[in-house]
Structures are given as C-alpha cells and as structure tokens.
Design a protein around this ligand. Sequence first.
Ligand code: ARG
Length: 257
Amino acid sequence: MSKRFTAFFILGMFILSLGLAGCGSSQPQQAAKKVLKVGSDTAFAPFEFQDEKTKEYVGFDMDLIKALGKQMGYEVEVQSLNFDGLIPALESGNIDATISAMTITDERAKKVNFTKPYYKSGLSMVVKSDNDTIKSFTDLDGKRIAVQIGTTGADEAKKIKDAKIREFNTAPEAFLELKNGGVDAVVNDMPVNDYYIKQAGGKDAKTVGAPLSSEDYGIATAKKNTELAKKFDQALEELKKNGEYEKIYVKWFGKKP
Ligand code: ARG
C-alpha cells in the first residue's frame, strides 16, 4: 500500500465518521423539519400581506397554513408569487401548495387538486364614496373597471356589457387606480374590499351592492400529489375540531366562522 493511499484512506474514514456522528444527533430534528413550499400572492389583506414593520407575511391564510403545517409535521416556507403564476408554479413543481384566497373553480380544478373549502367568500365592488350612480352590479354597464389579473373578479367583470376592463398585477394597484380616478369601480373579493375600506380606503371609497357570487377558497396542490391534498384535508378537519381554526378566524374577522 502506498503512503498516499493510506493517507487518503485515513482521511476518508475520518470524513465518514464525521458524517455518521452528524447523522446520529440530527436525525430526529430532520424528521420534524420537512419543508413545505407554499406560494401566495402576498398583497391581499387580510388574507396575506406583508407586515410593514417586521416584513413578515401575515394574515388569515398565513396563520392557517402555519397551523396546518405544524399539524402535519412540516415547516412552512412562503414564497411570494404573482397570483396568475401560482398554478403554473404548482404544475412545474416549484412549489408544493398555494394558499392565496384562491377560489375553487371547475376551470382551476382541471389543473390542480383543491382541498375542502376553508373560507366562504364572494365578490363585491368598491367605488368612490361620492359616487351615487353605481349602486349595484347592473350599474356597471359601460363603466371603467379595475380588476386583478387572473382572478374570479376579472372573469366576472369581463361579462359586464361594454365595460372597459383594466387589469392589474395586484389588488392594491387596482384600488390605487380607483383612487386616482382612472376607473369607476373595482371588482374584487368582498372581505378584501371591506378590509381595504376599513384600513386604507377610509373616506375615499365605499363598497356597494349585494355580494355578486358565492365562492369557496381552497388550498391547491399539484394534480399528481394526491397524498398532500388528503393530508391538508385531514389537518383542516383537526384544526376545526380543536378550536384552532376558529381562533385564527376570530383573530382576523372579529367574528366566529
Ligand atoms: N378569490 C379570487 C380568485 O380566486 C381572488 C384571489 C386573489 N388572491 C390574491 N392573493 N391576490 O380568483
């Protein structure tokens, strides 16, 4: 045996032993730290938005996904993506799941698996507070409307007769366009509109009309990952039973589900 070989052999054994030692101590921890990559368009308060001070993503969806992850033994890692990029990211395997106030629709269900509904929602509209011509959805004919790209609000707005639709990457941009007078109304998810009026829109804007639709939000996973969708459903069921779901709901909406 050459000296060189012996030296490499000893080095090799040394490295191997380090590796084994490492395994022994970190294995239990590693098992508890499977990471779940979750995509979300984090500009949709109160469901997902960035806390100005801490820069953390907060909101109803964020609390829920963390609680679900914990229940399932995963560490959740949220990735901020454009809303219309979420389903493609699932399909390409870049993320494991999405939680993004996403409405369960037949169209989307062809591409992804949805969990059972976790939140009941619907569409409404926001107009300037001094607008008294738009009182219901039927008054939107021929009007200028802002929506977020790829949303159910965008789909609904496109059905309105002669409406001029302006599509924005995020909901806050659509609200800003209303504020600047570029559009007459924003069609968007009701709880988000209500939150906007309460928090940011203030005296400038108001919501009008009865909710246009009834929609259910679901967590989406890749079509081929049926296992994960089942785990989510089970965990959601457990959080509903143990009161955790209700706690999160009350925290963000001030009332029981
Ligand atoms: N619920 C609507 C939809 O599914 C809008 C969701 C937008 N979500 C967001 N995080 N921007 O189309």
